[in-house]
Write a protein that binds this ligand. Structure first.
Ligand SMILES: *Cc1c(COP(=O)(O)O)cnc(C)c1O
Length: 341
């Protein structure tokens, strides 16, 4: 037996495990699904025939999403988390390399590396914005361009006109809108205009369903048709579909929580404005090297590296959790005598 060299050299995706009090490292929703909605889900699961495979193209959930978004089902694909869809998107189009815009979400290069696809990095500017002209210029032989908006880990939306400069070239552009509900701004109304514009979304953040693994994309029927040619037929389970569909039926609960999280984000930003960057997502990028300090207090956040070394990414949590972070970070900044910006 011989395992491929690329696999042995692969850096696996790691997260901290252990007994800590406050988990603000994965941009999860701090609120579980309310018990009444869980009860409704349990009743539906009772009636589910566990011996049967799920629908082969996840039609029940796609129909629900089509109604929710005001789109046709032929413009929607669902995956086992949006990660599964990224896994296909890096292999679907003709071209020589993918383009990413670091610092950004790691999964675009994760899957590309696995398949030996070259990665061309066009870094964000000092305000963490993309340069649409530069990406457009370098996209001639690209198989796809990946842009997260709002971006993870910087938190900011990308200017629509910069994204559209890239889209106008005709190269496939995947706009990852994992945090769109916290931003209130989307490119959804442009999807039917551009067959090469692909929006990626997830149930893991605003919907609070990280455990169930559901993501979706909205794109032209040409792209959706292509993805269903190559997608693992039964990767989205019936249980996942039932839970996601039920949350779409109760979107008012999602909206209410998003509102709370956005209000908490703005409160934390005001409290920490000497160190925090503005955010359109459910987390804050903070210019403090406080990872170990917070961990010693039982608070887990994301430690960043490379261009963002010395920074941390803090998920917005419940009010008491946020209060603890605010006072710990003020204490840390005071003790360290760091000036911030
Ligand atoms: C969290 C996140 C996702 C969601 O991934 P899932 O596989 O759907 O849980 C996608 N893109 C970005 C940028 C994210 O931060």
């Amino acid at each position: 037996m011989k395992i491929r060299r690329e696999v042995l050299e692969f850096e696996p995706y790691r997260v901290l495990e252990g007994n800590y009090r406050i988990w603000l490292d994965k941009n999860e929703n701090p609120f579980d699904v309310p018990l009444e909605i869980k009860e409704e889900i349990f009743w539906k699961l009772r009636a589910l025939e566990f011996n049967r495979y799920p629908h082969i193209t996840s039609l029940p959930l796609r129909e629900k999403l089509a109604e929710f978004l005001g789109f046709d089902v032929n413009n929607i694909a669902v995956g086992n988390g949006s990660d599964e869809l990224i896994n296909y998107l890096v292999r679907m189009f003709e071209g020589k390399y993918i383009i990413t815009t670091p610092p950004t979400f790691g999964m675009y290069s994760f899957y590309s590396k696995l398949y030996g696809i070259p990665i061309v990095e066009i870094p964000l500017d000092e305000d963490f914005h993309i340069n649409g002209d530069e990406i457009a210029e370098k996209s001639r032989d690209a198989l796809a361009v990946f842009i997260a908006s709002p971006n993870n880990p910087t938190g900011n939306l990308q200017p629509e006109e910069e994204i559209l400069k890239v889209v106008e070239t005709g190269v496939p552009v995947v706009v990852d809108e994992a945090y769109v509900e916290f931003a209130g701004k989307s490119l959804l109304d442009k999807v039917l205009e551009y067959p090469n514009l692909i929006l990626l979304r997830t149930f893991s953040k605003a919907f609070g369903l990280a455990a169930i693994r559901a993501g979706y994309m909205v794109a032209s029927d040409e792209v959706i048709n292509a993805i269903y040619r190559i997608k693992s037929p039964f990767s989205v389970s019936s249980v996942t579909m039932i839970i996601a569909e039920t949350l779409l039926d109760h979107y008012e609960v999602v909206e209410e929580r998003v509102k709370f999280i956005v209000a908490e984000r703005e409160r934390m930003f005001r409290e920490l404005r000497d160190y925090a960057y503005p955010s359109d997502a459910n987390f804050l990028l903070i210019k403090l090297d406080a990872y170990e300090y917070l961990l010693s207090k039982g608070i887990v956040v994301r430690k960043l590296s490379g261009r963002l070394s010395g920074h941390i990414r803090v998920t917005i949590g419940r009010r008491d959790e946020n209060d603890e972070v605010i006072s710990a970070l003020k204490e840390f900044a005071g003790d360290n005598g760091v000036g911030g910006f």
